[in-house]
Design a protein around this ligand. Structure first.
Ligand code: ISE
Length: 334
């Protein structure tokens, strides 16, 4: 029987997941949706022909729903994630798990009380083929120890409501999680440098930023966050190891040759660039949830990312590095 999924907050990201579940992913079906915006519930339930629940509480409690996907805004995640855990239902929660480390701690407490991992955080890069190949090669030991990782996270533009803490909490959080996963160690400090500003930005924004992090073993990680580059969604990563470097290749689907030369099609957003990663991420979650297993990043990963983000946001206003503070890892996540 297909896993019956209830979705909370089916906005742009949520509907992209609903479309994949309906068209390319096996083993899951949409049981219903809920949203704080009642008109969106009406629109989406009609579009997909599914039940519209009056509240997330009703959706989580419904006997017609086996598993929960949460795609609402980050500040609203905590009560729904905790309610899903208390109902004993697997939950896939879009990133960030919570906007603060304290809220993630409360989710970890609920999960520890339940005694099993029920929460998967939507850090999709862990499912990207190129990042996975990079990690497999680093893990093989062929190139020795990793010493430095260079990252670039560029967006064409961001909307006016994007504030500079979002450069950390919303944008750099991807590299924060990916680096913890790639290196299998925690990030211990964050510094933010502020280069010359692009003129192609909203006045309130410092863009680009250079986020400099250090891991427990001393790996030096940089992340250029440039969210108004005017041309493309450009994600780059290069690991410099003792015996070689490994770099994500260009992510274009086609290469065009003509009288002007040879060039690539650029990706413009995360849905284009990480399409395959999103499919794998949701497929692996559905397969695991149907078997009563856990997959992907845990509440601990959501918590650790929030701790690094907290330090990063403080680093925006601090000269020099800010130490990351976090509790010891509970046994459930070891
Ligand atoms: C957005 O929320 C994402 O997750 C995108 O991947 C990122 O590139 C963008 O900067 C964020 O605002």
């Amino acid at each position: 029987m297909a896993l019956r999924i209830g979705m909370i907050g089916p906005g742009g990201m949520g509907q992209a997941h609903l479309d994949r579940i309906r068209t390319v992913i096996a083993g899951g079906e949409i049981a219903g949706v809920s949203d704080i915006a009642a008109d969106n519930v009406a629109t989406v339930s009609e579009k997909y022909g599914v039940t519209g629940f009056a509240s997330s509480e009703e959706l989580i409690a419904s006997p017609e729903v086996d598993a929960i996907m949460i795609c609402s805004h980050g500040p609203g995640h905590e009560p729904d994630v905790i309610a899903a855990i208390e109902a004993g239902k697997p939950v896939f929660c879009e990133k960030p798990l919570t906007p603060t480390a304290d809220a993630a701690l409360r989710i970890m407490e609920a999960e520890q009380k339940a005694g099993r991992r029920l929460v998967t955080v939507g850090f999709m890069r862990r499912f990207d083929r190129s990042y996975r190949e990079m990690k497999a090669l680093l893990d093989s030991g062929e190139v020795g120890e990793t010493l430095i990782v260079h990252n670039r996270h560029r967006n064409p533009t961001v909307p006016a409501h994007y504030t500079w803490d979002m450069a950390i909490n919303d944008t750099a959080i991807h590299e924060i999680d990916t680096m913890r996963w790639l290196l299998e160690e925690e990030i211990v400090s964050v510094r933010v440098d502020k280069p010359k500003k692009t003129s192609h930005r909203f006045e309130h924004l410092q863009d680009p930023l250079m986020v400099i992090m250090q891991s427990e073993s001393g790996v030096w990680i940089d992340d250029e966050v440039f969210v108004n580059n005017q041309h493309s969604y450009d994600i780059q990563c290069e690991a410099v190891a003792e015996l070689g470097t490994i770099r994500l290749s260009d992510q274009h689907a086609i290469e065009r040759t003509g009288t002007l030369g040879r060039f690539n099609t650029l990706t413009m957003d995360h849905n284009q660039r990480f399409y395959g990663a999103f499919v794998t991420e949701v497929q692996e979650w559905i397969t695991a949830a149907a078997r009563g297993e856990h997959t992907g990043s845990t509440t601990w990963d959501g918590y650790a990312a929030a701790c690094v983000c907290d330090a990063g946001v403080r680093a925006l206003e601090t000269d020099g590095p800010v130490a990351v503070e976090m509790i010891d890892k509970p046994a459930l996540y070891s």
